[in-house]
Design a protein around this ligand. Structure first.
Ligand SMILES: C[S@@+](CC[C@H](N)C(=O)[O-])C[C@H]1O[C@@H](n2cnc3c(N)ncnc32)[C@H](O)[C@@H]1O
Length: 198
């Protein structure tokens, strides 16, 4: 399959993944107090609803996406947020922040990547999450067993992600989400991982 030209998709406004709001799973984590204060990264954040949902005075929230158009769409909607939020345009794989992150939230980013990029995704997560920091992967479209159908979104599951990050992340919990965006029912699992100490 040809790699996806994400910038062109944004320029053309072809963004069928955009659900218009944050997934219920993110609110579920917030309500349970599972999201720490400190530095938070949302890679492949698209329109950035999740940046706004995560914004709080004691969190420094950073969104990252390849697309200027996605950033502009975020800025057009979100003016006053209750905490520091920045949106950087750049490539996740070569992103080099000054400090690592306390929490990284991945929703529809891993599943959007070409399968050949998965090893690099794992290595980059290891670099970006500080030791003892948390990585949350909201796994969609969840399939077990995997069908092997082409993406994006590429079907994914916990075993697949575990096989990539097991060396550097400890599995904390995996929850089947009862509430999802419409049309994604039964196909989301929330997996929480803690970065191992080196
Ligand atoms: C399927 S979309 C999901 C967007 C958002 N998470 C959502 O749920 O609406 C994947 C996003 O990842 C971005 N993306 C793809 N590859 C990227 C990379 N290497 N670095 C940063 N962003 C990337 C795309 O531009 C796109 O906005």
């Amino acid at each position: 399959m040809a790699p996806v030209d994400w910038q062109q998709a944004w320029r053309q406004g072809t963004t069928p993944w955009d659900a218009g709001t944050s997934p219920p799973a993110l609110r579920h984590m917030l309500e349970r107090g599972q999201i720490p204060a400190g530095r938070i990264l949302v890679p492949g954040c698209g329109t950035g609803y999740d940046l706004a949902t995560l914004a709080r005075a004691d969190r420094e929230v950073v969104g990252l996406d390849l697309s200027d158009e996605a950033r502009a769409a975020f800025l057009a909607v979100h003016a006053d947020l209750p905490g520091p939020v920045s949106y950087e345009v750049g490539d996740f794989f070569s992103y080099e922040p000054q400090d690592a992150f306390d929490f990284v939230w991945d929703y529809t980013f891993f599943c959007a990547l070409d399968p050949e990029q998965r090893g690099a995704w794992a290595g980059t997560m290891e670099r970006l999450v500080r030791p003892s920091g948390l990585l949350a992967t909201l796994l969609f479209p969840f399939e077990d067993p995997l069908s092997g159908r082409d993406g994006p979104p590429w079907p994914i599951n916990t075993d697949l992600v575990r096989s990539l990050i097991d060396v550097s992340f400890e599995e904390m919990e995996v929850t089947e989400m009862e509430q999802t965006h419409p049309g994604r029912e039964g196909r989301e699992r929330l997996a929480l991982w803690r970065r191992r100490e080196p």
